[in-house]
Design a protein around this ligand. Sequence first.
Ligand code: SAH
Length: 484
Amino acid sequence: MEQYKKNDVLTVTIEDMGHDGEGIGKINGFPLFIKDAVIGDTVLAKIMKSKKNYAYARLEKVTMPSPFRVEPKCPFYRQCGGCQLQTLSYEKQLEFKQNKIRNHLIRLGGFKERFIDRVMEPVIGMDNPYRYRNKAQYPVGTDKNGKPVAGFYAGHSHTIIANTNCYLGDEKNQQILETVLAFMEKYKIAPYNETTGEGLVRHILIRTGFTSGQIMVYFVLNSRRKKNGAYFPHQDELLEALKRTEGMAAIGVSLNREKTNVIMGKEAENLWGSPTIWDRIHIRREETRGGQREFIPTGQALDFNISPLSFYQVNPVQTEKLYSLALEYAGLDGSQTVWDLYCGIGTISLFLATRAKQVYGVEVVPQAIEDARENARRNGIDNAQFFVGRAEDVLPRKYEEEGIFADVIVVDPPRKGCDEACLRTMLLMKPERIVYVSCDSATLARDLRVLCDGGYEVKRVRGCDQFCMGVHVETVVLMSRKEK
Ligand code: SAH
């Protein structure tokens, strides 16, 4: 194989895409990884870093655009690290995600291709894949003229790309951000500087309940305490200005003085309005109508209070499909005992509780468990009980001390997947079914292998596109126990 030198410029056709959305083209079998190149493009690419068996190259020019290439909506698309697939047609994005899940299950999970193709159904897409996000956390910094800016980090860096109008988020976010930035400029309130650890405003969190129309704005501050009864000078003036935004329901702060990538601090304090906002999620049922499979509302819905430190799914339209699918996979008839691990504010738990005898939820964030308990009350559900703690601590402890039992276990862990101790206890509990909801198909594949080696078999696999334009994909898997 030939090797290339830095700054060599080559013509190459993109034949494949990596899991981070980068284009992959080969010259005489030597692969080039080219960010921003789309499958089907022929491009001029400049070698940036050459290794023995592959090289990273920069897209210089698209000489022949791919039939799957589309104009990105966002003018900052190429610099911004927020999304990676905006130049790929949405249909092709779904295919990319389908392949990503499939490849992970085969390569990392050790499942046979033929088997995966039999159990896997097509990924569920969105009709309108923009403006879907109900939450954004904007880093705040300073531009080269010393003005405060907010936006998104560039890919793999902490450089802020100033942009108050992200096409994935709510339109109202722009007005809110502009108000905050103008206020900071007027009163010389300093953005946080990651290098020096100085400055006050680190992030602005904006969350919207799409059903309720309620908006929550939280400032993440590099501060220890209030001075003269406020976190920053002229605080009331900013609150007054923000209250004028239609739907504004909650404004607060979270203090974070750590040098860390974790955005929010450990606590949050409400400064105005209510400590939570609410949202409604409809329970749907998948049906075939006019040859099309659709998620039709059942008429039943649940309402959820969400506090600033609690996790809540970012794509409410797809969440209804995701949860409805998880509920269908759970196969409940009112007689089952169900454990919902990594339960957040109890969203999946309460969906399950509408069809189960008893549900137990486990979650590590105490504020989320407070929300979960309140959400059970709010929906008149009395067969759901919640425990604060890590799933890998709570489940083994309850199993050893109380011999807890489950007909069905649902897990929805963060990207790193389930802890070994958690998986081991799940196997000891011998539930009839396990429903695995995953936001990272690589760790999903790893965990499914453990569960399959422990006596389970994969019955159904389905992706759900919660992160249109981005490379992540949510997956729901149904497993059942082999020996009865
Ligand atoms: N099922 C919920 C939350 C999923 S996100 C929903 O759909 O909204 C994953 C959740 O797991 C987060 O709420 C996070 O706080 C929680 N978590 C992370 N590590 C955990 C652990 N080790 N044990 C229990 N919960 C954990």
